[in-house]
Design a protein around this ligand. Structure first.
Ligand code: ZN
Length: 179
């Protein structure tokens, strides 16, 4: 059953009435449909925003803190599942009649944190996900996953000029040992 609840919308009326006052705001809920070109927030998994909201003179408000989110994607080296967590520092301004792209709208006595959280996450989602920093990837010749098994393709596929050099070295080595 679809929920009409909007967990990212938070009331800020009391804050705005006392400029300079602040409040801690923690929201932890899934953020559906957040995907970059190579990774995304897994469906149904929680994203957490831990923010301090502070009102300014003139009816604006600053939200500063961190956004935490899980991500998943396809490892660019081995094509296996890559997963990780984002931890993004944010500091953004909310204002009424927000007409520039640098700020978020302040709508009466509430703000919607979702665009802020979504923007922060989209900027940080990995463009080249790795399952592990030392992933060995797939062999470009035979295609085996080198994290799981090994192959001899790398040795066989060496540039023939190197084997010519090897022979030269072997010959020189032979000469040297004779002296
Ligand atoms: Zn991998």
């Amino acid at each position: 059953m679809p929920s009409t609840k909007r967990p990212w919308i938070v009331p800020v009326g009391p804050l705005l009435r006392v400029p300079g006052s602040r409040r801690q705001e923690r929201v932890r809920t899934p953020l559906a449909g957040t995907a970059g070109s190579a990774s995304e927030i897994p469906e149904g998994e929680d994203v957490a925003a831990d923010l301090v909201l502070e009102s300014l003179n003139g009816g604006a408000l600053v939200a500063a803190g961190t956004v935490d989110a899980p991500w998943a994607g396809e490892c660019v080296r081995c094509l296996g599942l890559a997963r990780g967590r984002l931890h993004v520092a944010v500091r953004e301004l909310f204002e009424t009649a927000s007409d520039n792209e640098e700020t978020y709208p302040l709508d009466g006595d509430q703000i919607d944190l979702e665009p802020l959280v979504r923007d922060a996450v989209l900027l940080e989602l990995p463009l080249a996900p790795l399952c592990a920093d030392d992933c060995q990837g797939l062999c470009p010749v035979c295609g085996v996953n080198r994290n799981q098994t090994s192959c001899t393709c790398a040795a066989e596929a060496r540039d023939p000029r190197w084997s010519a050099l090897d022979e030269l070295r072997a010959a020189e080595g032979g000469k040297a040992s004779k002296d």
